[in-house]
Design a protein around this ligand. Structure first.
Ligand SMILES: [Zn+2]
Length: 315
């Protein structure tokens, strides 16, 4: 598909009426939120939805907590994503939310969020744990691979690569399912996915091994990949945005676009670095970015970066 070039903030902040003067032509927000759709229509910009997939309140849903290699629920802090994917009632709830939203609204794009196994990557010191070894998830692995494994430890020791591949396929299958539901109802709707921002080799391959995000397997479902380049939160410098883009052709399929989401905490440095990349970001999302448009210097810096990226893309 012809992927539109969209620039704008992510979040619930209110945008001033002249925001298009600064290169903003889209906004991303959580869920199928009527107020946000109306605000976008009024501003004349494209409305894009962030759809929470595999993230839940574990206090309310303890049954969704994935099981670790020791047979116990995984360790988790306040921010955690990923659930046990054998919990079909909860999966049904996600489907219903998506179908309800698709019936009521026509977003320009839908970005699938938390389309991963369990963990948290927006930190310099991630607590990486293998999951889910509940009885149902292990049975699903054994059935689909023909491998018999007695214990999770033995499974990892002898079949790590197959286990990782199986997890990635499970995530990609759900991605395909969500994408099919979206495209069937709104064929021109862009399907994006928020991605763990690590390269394939960082943290001992945790992109696939822990989070089960495999770019090639996700390629059929996802039009645009959006890594979370949150430099301060991740303990990295602003140049990470440019470096990530320049390395991306080595692991992102050439048929797909990448569109960074940057953090307002890193503004404007990471955006300026991204705008200098020889591999352009196909548009930009700015997390919690609405407030920068209340300050004309910051807003002008956004416009300049948008213009620089558009020149790179050749528009
Ligand atoms: Zn499970």
């Amino acid at each position: 598909m012809d992927m539109p070039l969209w620039f704008g903030p992510y979040g619930s902040g209110v945008l001033p009426g002249n925001v298009r003067d600064y290169g903003v032509n889209a906004a991303w927000f959580h869920g199928f939120n009527e107020e946000r759709f109306e605000a976008c229509a009024k501003l004349g910009i494209t409305a894009c939805v962030e759809l929470k997939t595999f993230r839940a309140d574990f206090a309310k849903h303890p049954e969704l907590v994935p099981i670790g290699v020791d047979g116990k629920p995984i360790r988790f802090g306040r921010p955690v994503q990923g659930i046990c994917l054998s919990q079909s009632d909860y999966l049904g709830e996600i489907d219903r939310e998506l179908l309800g939203g698709l019936a009521a609204y026509k977003p320009g794009g839908i970005w699938l969020d938390y389309l991963t196994y369990a963990g948290w990557f927006e930190t310099p010191e991630p607590d990486l744990q293998e999951s889910c070894f509940c009885r149902d998830c292990v049975a699903d692995f054994c059935e689909s691979t023909g491998i018999d494994a007695d214990t999770p430890a033995e499974l990892l020791a002898r079949h790590q690569a197959v286990w990782t591949e199986h997890k990635c396929r499970r995530i990609a299958t759900h991605g395909k399912r969500f994408a099919a539901m979206i495209k069937e109802r709104h064929p021109s709707c862009v399907v994006g996915a928020y991605m763990c921002p690590w390269g394939p080799d960082e943290y001992d391959g945790a992109l696939r091994r822990i989070f089960a995000q495999d770019y090639s397997l996700l390629e059929p479902a996802i039009d645009v990949f959006t890594p979370l380049i949150y430099c301060t939160k991740s303990g990295r410098g602003p140049e990470w945005a440019r470096q990530w883009l320049e390395q991306s052709p080595s692991f992102v399929p050439g048929s797909r676009r990448v569109q960074l989401i940057l953090d307002a905490l890193d503004y404007p440095n990471s955006l300026q670095e991204a705008s200098r990349s020889s591999v352009p970001s196909w548009g930009i999302q700015l997390f919690h970015g609405a407030e920068i448009f209340d300050d004309s210097d910051k807003a002008n810096a956004f416009r300049e970066a948008v213009e620089a990226i558009r020149r790179r893309v050749g528009e």
